[in-house]
Design a protein around this ligand. Structure first.
Ligand code: ATP
Ligand code: MG
Length: 256
């Protein structure tokens, strides 16, 4: 099992769209038992997967001592893809984690799902607080979508610094150049400069339509340029996980 965090402290960079897409590729195309765990009170992942919002806000209750994430996990319309939805209770998750005082509570919970899932994808809120600390402690690999803006690029350094400062475990960071527009000169210079070698996800109407169709890009735009770009992101993640521990259990090795 491996935990994939899609994280950036910057908002609106395409995290949720990418998290839903890679979770779908993991489940449907790579045939992994996959859980997408939405940690953002905005609840975008469930929306993009066409799921009904939960009526009673209790997503944050799983972090309590006797919390049971399995009770809140639901099936989606896609084979092998399950969802742990977020809701309003996650607005207070940072306070809840601070109160619990256990820096690896989320990691403990993902470890407890070790036998149920091959991949857990975390859709992360755009924050630097106790929630992001938990995410950095739980993830085996971090996907950081970065648009070609200097302000967005700064977040890559801040993730690196945060990991170096506070975290014994150093999950590899896979940056992705997101919302790329080849007609813009600055985007082109970032692509051949700081982002050389990174996977590139274009600014594309098919990707924008994921929120309108409430479905992952690959499910309705198969073979399109954005679909192929997102597939390369997923292939890169799988390759990285494979090189970390071929055929093994990344979650267990990280927790050991
Ligand atoms: N590659 C893309 N091309 C075009 N539109 C995109 C692309 N990626 C995301 N979007 C659109 O940009 C908006 C923000 O995307 P998304 O919600 O995935 O970002 P986010 O980083 O999760 O935001 P937040 O920080 O608020 O959680 C959405 O309207 C989404 O449809
Ligand atoms: Mg989001």
């Amino acid at each position: 099992m491996a935990v994939i965090g899609v994280y950036s402290a910057k908002g609106g960079v395409g995290k949720t769209t990418m998290a839903v897409d890679i979770a779908w590729r993991s489940a449907v195309l790579s045939r992994h038992r996959t859980l997408i765990w939405d940690l953002d009170p905005q609840g975008g992942a469930g929306f993009l997967l066409g799921c009904e919002a939960r009526q009673s806000p209790r997503a944050a209750s799983v972090f309590q001592r006797d919390g049971r994430p399995r009770d809140l996990i639901e099936d989606t319309r896609y084979d092998r893809l399950s969802l742990l939805q977020s809701d309003d209770s996650m607005r207070f998750a940072s306070i809840a984690f601070a109160r619990i005082g256990h820096k690896r509570r989320l990691a403990q919970l993902t470890d407890s799902l070790l036998n149920d899932y091959d991949r857990i994808v975390l859709d992360c809120p755009p924050t630097i607080n106790e929630v992001s600390e938990q995410i950095l402690n739980a993830a085996d690999v971090l996907i950081v979508p970065l648009p070609a803006s200097p302000l967005a690029m700064r977040t890559l350094d801040s993730v690196r610094q945060e990991l170096a400062r506070h975290h014994v475990r150093q999950p590899p960071i896979l940056p992705v150049l997101s919302m790329y527009s080849p007609t813009r000169e600055h985007h082109r210079s970032v692509k051949t400069g700081i982002a050389a070698g990174w996977p590139v996800v274009p600014m594309a109407s098919q990707i924008e339509m994921a929120a309108v169709n409430r479905a992952p890009v690959g499910s309705f735009a198969k073979g399109s340029r954005p679909d192929k770009a997102l597939q390369r992101v997923w292939d890169g993640i799988e390759q990285r996980l494979g090189s970390m521990r071929p055929g093994g259990n990344v979650g267990q090795s990280a927790a050991a």
